[in-house]
Design a protein around this ligand. Structure first.
Ligand SMILES: NC(=O)c1ccc[n+]([C@@H]2O[C@H](COP(=O)([O-])OP(=O)(O)OC[C@H]3O[C@@H](n4cnc5c(N)ncnc54)[C@H](O)[C@@H]3O)[C@@H](O)[C@H]2O)c1
Length: 275
């Protein structure tokens, strides 16, 4: 018999590296129930999400039509949650669809533009539907960002290096952009120029946002997800670094987000807001 208190969860991108980890984690959570799995990969279509994830049969087939799975979710007594780990190209539409069906999105996919985030925020607000967009689910990264904010009180010069596996589609990473935004919100002007620079190769000095903080992106096989925030001052360099070695590091954050989004009525951005 279906337990009506369980949170119904749809995993979008269920056959991907993160999606498979989420399927496993949701299947093991006592307060959740996997009710749908979606992926565009034709090789896994119709296969059981649990078998694909490597945790045994869950009797949830992977489908390629998000809309029909969202319709299914609307039939549950408890409002459902859609966890999205897909691709920057499709995430905006996925989130809009979930909100339109009253299914709360928990978004791990990176690459949403500030305009798209604003738009989704307005849409969620109008629909009174909670939504969470989390560029990084690891607690260690939240701690790094907090340490960076502390350091920014004492250092005027800072640059960010983010390093990821070479299957990552977007650059710079959502986490690096978010870290730069958080530093910018401290209301400081960073990196006052000391010389007139010229790039011999375009991009040599990385990308620079409004905050005047440079972000450098490295993509190599063998890496997973890593970030350094480097502060410089005369006579000293202070480096903060976070390394992930297994996607399991994201799962406590994903579980927390699924539980928290059910209490929200609008879009919230960043794990630190729900810790
Ligand atoms: N927020 C975080 O903490 C965090 C951590 C790791 C990765 N990510 C991000 O999550 C996303 C997925 O990463 P991954 O490593 O699992 O990638 P992946 O390529 O292994 O998996 C993506 C899966 O989504 C499927 N897919 C693509 N577009 C789709 C669509 N429109 N609808 C349904 N399925 C679709 C693909 O077939 C694939 O199976 C990326 O944007 C990545 O940057 C975020």
């Amino acid at each position: 018999m279906v337990n009506e208190a369980l949170i119904p969860v749809v995993v979008n991108g269920a056959a991907g590296k993160m999606g498979r980890e989420v399927v496993k984690t949701v299947a093991q959570a006592d307060d959740m129930m996997l009710i749908g799995a979606v992926d565009h990969n034709p090789e896994v279509l119709g296969q059981d999400a649990g078998i694909v994830a490597g945790c045994g049969e869950l009797e949830v087939p992977i489908l390629n039509d998000l809309q029909s799975v969202l319709v299914l979710a609307t039939q549950e007594k408890v409002q459902g949650v859609m966890v999205d780990f897909t691709h920057p190209d499709g995430v905006y539409e996925n989130v809009r669809s979930a909100i339109a069906y009253g299914v709360r999105p928990v978004v791990g996919t990176t690459g949403l533009s500030p305009e798209q985030l604003d738009d989704l925020g307005e849409f969620a607000e109008k629909a009174s539907t909670g939504a969470l967009v989390i560029p990084n689910f690891s607690i260690g990264m939240v701690l790094l960002q907090q340490a960076a904010l502390q350091a920014s009180k004492y250092f005027d010069h800072v640059e960010i290096i983010e390093l990821h596996h070479n299957q990552k589609a977007d650059a710079p990473s959502g986490t690096a952009i978010k870290t730069a935004q958080m530093l910018a919100e401290m209301g400081k002007t960073y990196n006052p120029p000391s010389v007139q620079e010229s790039e011999k190769l375009p991009g040599a000095r990385g990308s620079v946002g409004e905050e005047n903080i440079r972000i450098h992106s490295v993509r190599l096989p063998g890496l997973l997800a890593h970030q350094e925030v480097i502060f410089g001052a005369p006579g000293q360099v202070y480096t903060l670094r976070h390394d992930t070695s297994d996607r399991a590091c994201y799962m406590p954050g994903v579980l927390l987000a699924i539980r928290k989004v059910t209490e929200l009525k609008s879009l919230v951005y960043g794990l630190e807001k729900i810790l």
